[in-house]
Design a protein around this ligand. Sequence first.
Ligand code: AMP
Length: 499
Amino acid sequence: MPAPTSPLKAVRGTRDLLPPETALWNRVESVARQVFARYGFGEIRTPIFEDTQLFARGVGEETDIVSKEMYTWEDRARAQSEKAQSLTLRPENTAGVVRAYIEHKLGDTGQLQKLFYIGPQFRRERPQRGRYRQFWQIGAEVLGPVTSGSESPIRDAEVLEMLATLLDELGIQNWQLQLNSVGSTEDRKRYNAALREALAPIKHQLCEDNQRRAETNPLRVLDSKEPADQALIDALPKIADYLDHDSRAHFAAVLSALDACGVPYTLNPRLVRGLDYYTRTTFEFTVPSSADPASGLGTQNALLGGGRYDGLSEMLGGPRAPGIGFAIGEDRLILTLQAQAGPQTLEPGTSNLEPQKLDAYIAPMGVERNPPALALARELRHAGLSVEVGDGTFRLKKSFEAADRAAHHIVILGEDELATGVLTVKTFATGEQWKSPEKGIVQVLRADRFARGYREHAMKTELLSDDFLADRREETAREERQDAESDAEQVLRKRPEGS
Ligand code: AMP
């Protein structure tokens, strides 16, 4: 193979997530998991690729996603018994969850199913800040037979209240809940017809994209951000005037439950969302857009979207299973957290996002000390401490520099230390150098870590009682070290002369 002329790069619209930023991703996911657990959700993991038909039927042939953004390929048969099949990388996860619900007959339990997922999705969109071809979604679905209460407006309100809680606990500021009802499938049909009629005489005044949408999927015109078309779009019929009695009552009940919980919302009659399966409640949570530098998202200011999909299961050949769900754009959540960077958020440059310092750096002096250094590291790590090991070829100065960057303490392993079993340690925070028998070092490092953690906690809470406890922990850590030092002295004193 000829040598490549230029190094290969990640494919357009995809990106690598590196430490320390991945620590923020993990934190976001762990907060989401905690919140979902409190609301009784269990995790579902569906395959990353599915039969293309699933999305064509579930999401809708006329949607942008299905008509132009999917990664689809013809999968060849590998054996006589197999058929070639059209497969697609999932562009969203709701269709997959509902397929799994049907396939595993989850409805037969008679119980409401509350499922959440976290994973990558794929759409061939034009990449820009906050919009990628591989992006991550954190989502959840609540669905089940009608007898499980799946159709009740309390489910909608509960999901929205949970999202408000999640965004608050993540530390997202200034979020706004935009809410609408798109009614039943029948309501939407009538509204679609009315839209087509209203669009016909003014279509030629709209931008090219909207002219196309007016033909193929008039609801999508309402999504348009084209500045020149806004006045015309605002004057179009409103879906609220086409809702039947039941849809109206359902929406009113959602709003009154939200009022009871004190979750603020803004009614947005233009919020119809891009996917075909939505019925009744639809929503988006947004953060202030590019005019406000706090957002970090530019024009992509929708953090998450979702809604009710009462007919989706039937569209996929399953039993009646009304449901409601949402998908949070995790990439956008992270961008927003980074841009908003309050004391609770993890922002590059703050201690939280910087690589966590390890407990100890072990510096072997000379290559023959590498094996015992690794053995010592194994012992400390088994005791729950975090450790990095240098290399015996490093000079002392280089070891100290590397250790200062990586860890709170450096443990020196030279000829003397190995002969006596007494290790030399330096604590960077105080600059003190001390000795400890190998056996005692775990205790000292653990006590030190405990005290450090408590001090950080005390600084965050600013409570006097926490300060007092942090002082006590630091005192304990000092005592542990003094004990280790006197043990070390004894060991060294006992050594026979000249050894
Ligand atoms: P949707 O599945 O289209 O309802 O989108 C739900 C959420 O996923 C949106 O509000 C965005 O936050 C996020 N999202 C959708 N498409 C992308 C993309 N191409 N890149 C990054 N995030 C996206």
